[in-house]
Design a protein around this ligand. Structure first.
Ligand SMILES: NC(=O)c1ccc[n+]([C@@H]2O[C@H](COP(=O)([O-])OP(=O)(O)OC[C@H]3O[C@@H](n4cnc5c(N)ncnc54)[C@H](OP(=O)(O)O)[C@@H]3O)[C@@H](O)[C@H]2O)c1
Length: 287
């Protein structure tokens, strides 16, 4: 099976290259060679590469910046998936697209189901919701996988930012009233390959690691596991305190609860999600 990955330099794009099973050939493109917002280029590259499956890991992910860069976010997150769906339909290619918990408003207090109503709170969520809708309209047999709170051992994400701040500051206040599930980019990559290998898989899925946490819980875990993994000195003391979302204003409003129900993913991949804290421990220990 030949799989074309877009957004090769992102967190997910990198893990898709690292986690590729032996029987899958991965062709990875970055923005330079495949800009998903450029319809002609999308058609030309897919025609030339002739993959069996496209995994769209490209996205505009700067949630706060999106509030002031609406057009750019829309071009990448809404027109990008639309272009890919049109090209995949014409060329007979399967499409796997990645979306976000930010399509929900977070007013619920139990895990969101794949079929729950989209109600985004900000520009990023709106543009990602539009991307989902475009794919559903153009290519209903496509797979859409929503994920949340993605991190990796490297790159710019909450875990690497926390480890840096914890080596620089003695006190940190972290938001404790937003609940979601920290998710390793590798977990997501492995799940996407399982879905790619299941010819029956189609429609909406949710994929995160298991469990639930606040950003405060995640930060405390990063501190403890970071020390255990030798990423922070054992004698380093940082006071980490819980704060309210209102104490840390941001341009974009975030859902206060966005735990995702993974029942459908488990049924169609056979993968049993591991608890986020166990995954974090393994990721921080690994080199
Ligand atoms: N990160 C999270 O916490 C999170 C949470 C929920 C859902 N998701 C979703 O998960 C997916 C993967 O996210 P991620 O964390 O891997 O994001 P990421 O690290 O920001 O990577 C996104 C990649 O897309 C590329 N890109 C941007 N515009 C492009 C374009 N027009 N054409 C082609 N490539 C383009 C970026 O390239 P440059 O490096 O050149 O900008 C970047 O390499 C996305 O769909 C995202 O919405 C992420």
């Amino acid at each position: 099976m030949k799989i074309l990955v877009t957004g090769k330099n992102g967190q997910l794009g990198q893990q898709l290259q690292k986690q590729a099973p032996a029987d899958i050939t991965v062709i990875a493109h970055g923005r330079e060679t495949l800009n998903v917002a450029h319809k002609e280029q999308v058609f030309a590259v897919l025609k030339q590469e002739q993959p069996d499956v496209v995994i769209n890991a490209a996205a505009y992910t700067a949630v706060d910046k999106a509030e002031s860069e609406v057009e750019q976010a829309h071009a990448i997150n809404a027109h990008g998936p639309e272009n890919l769906a049109l090209a995949c339909r014409e060329l007979g290619i399967r499409l796997i697209h990645v979306s976000t918990d930010f399509v929900f408003d977070g007013k619920q207090s139990h895990p969101y189901q794949p079929g729950d109503t989209r109600k985004p709170l900000g520009v990023y969520g709106e543009t990602k919701a539009s991307g989902e809708e475009a794919i559903e309209a153009i290519l209903p047999e496509a797979i859409i996988v929503r994920t949340a709170w993605v991190y990796d051992r490297e790159g710019g994400n909450f875990a690497t930012t926390m480890l840096r701040l914890m080596s620089e500051r003695d006190q940190l206040g972290i938001v404790a009233d937003q609940i979601g599930t920290p998710t390793w980019a590798g977990t997501l990559a492995q799940s996407l390959y399982k879905l790619a290998k299941n010819p029956e898989a189609k429609g909406m899925y949710h994929c995160t690691d298991a469990g639930a946490a606040s950003w405060y819980d995640f930060a405390v875990a990063i501190y403890e596991e970071g020390k255990a993994a030798g990423l922070l000195p054992k004698d380093r003391e940082v006071q980490i305190g819980p704060i309210a979302t209102s104490d840390y204003p941001t341009p974009a409003t975030r859902p206060s609860y966005s735990v995702l129900d993974k029942t459908r993913l488990v049924a169609d991949t056979g993968l049993a999600p591991k608890h986020w804290r166990q995954v974090l421990r393994e990721v921080l220990i690994s080199q």
